[in-house]
Design a binder for this molecule. Structure first.
Ligand code: COA
Length: 169
């Protein structure tokens, strides 16, 4: 059974394997290999300490997916964060992405974040469909910013979701 929960440092190696396998597909992420184990460990510990949103999907502690909203810091910007997520190949299309996103969005709200944004490669139609299901709207585009060897140049789409009118200032 796959559970969705906040990771601990014991999940670092498996988290690394999961992120690395998705990055190495070279079709979803802008990165082509995982963050290092040290970076993942710091990420988990810092987010646990601060109560910031990070969750994994795991089967007997084998990580098969993750999601996090990385908050901006500093006065004036600490009301929002950037979503990153992924589900390992072989586990997709089973509702894990929906469960991860529902969990991380609710944790982001609980942490006081009122706006979430993300960047997604324009050909990643399954991710865009998932985000739209959760009320994210397309608000921008940066052209030609993904240019991996052997692939056509690709735009990235900006999507965002706000829980209050942050444009009234
Ligand atoms: C995008 C991703 C997170 C979706 O996770 P998932 O576990 O496969 O998704 P789910 O099974 O929960 O499906 C959720 C919704 O996503 C959309 N979706 C998923 N697979 C899809 C597909 N092949 N085609 C179109 N829409 C799809 C649908 O809206 C679906 O809802 P529905 O089944 O009720 O119609 C997953 O495909 C993934 O990790 N891909 C690689 C990494 C990645 O793209 N990360 C995001 C980078 S911005």
């Amino acid at each position: 059974m796959i559970d969705i929960f906040t990771p601990d440092v014991k999940h670092v190696d498996s988290f690394y394997e999961c992120m690395d396998s998705i990055a190495k597909e070279r079709i979803h992420f802008a990165i082509t290999s995982s963050y290092t184990r040290g970076q993942i460990s710091s990420w988990i510990m810092r987010f646990r300490m601060k109560g910031w949103p990070i969750v994994i999907a795991a089967e007997d502690d084998k990580v098969v997916g993750f999601a996090s909203v990385v908050p901006e810091t500093g006065e004036g910007r600490d009301h929002w964060g950037t979503l990153i997520m992924g589900v390992q190949d072989g586990y997709r299309g089973q509702g894990i992405g929906k469960r991860l996103l529902a969990s991380v969005v609710s944790k982001a709200q609980a942490a006081g974040l009122v706006r979430i944004e993300l960047w997604v490669r324009e050909r990643n139609t399954s991710a865009i469909a998932l985000y739209q299901r959760f009320g994210f709207q397309v608000t921008g585009r940066r052209t030609g910013c993904t240019k991996l060897a052997g692939q056509e140049v690709e735009d990235e789409i900006l999507m965002e979701k706000s829980y209050e009118n942050v444009r009234t200032i």
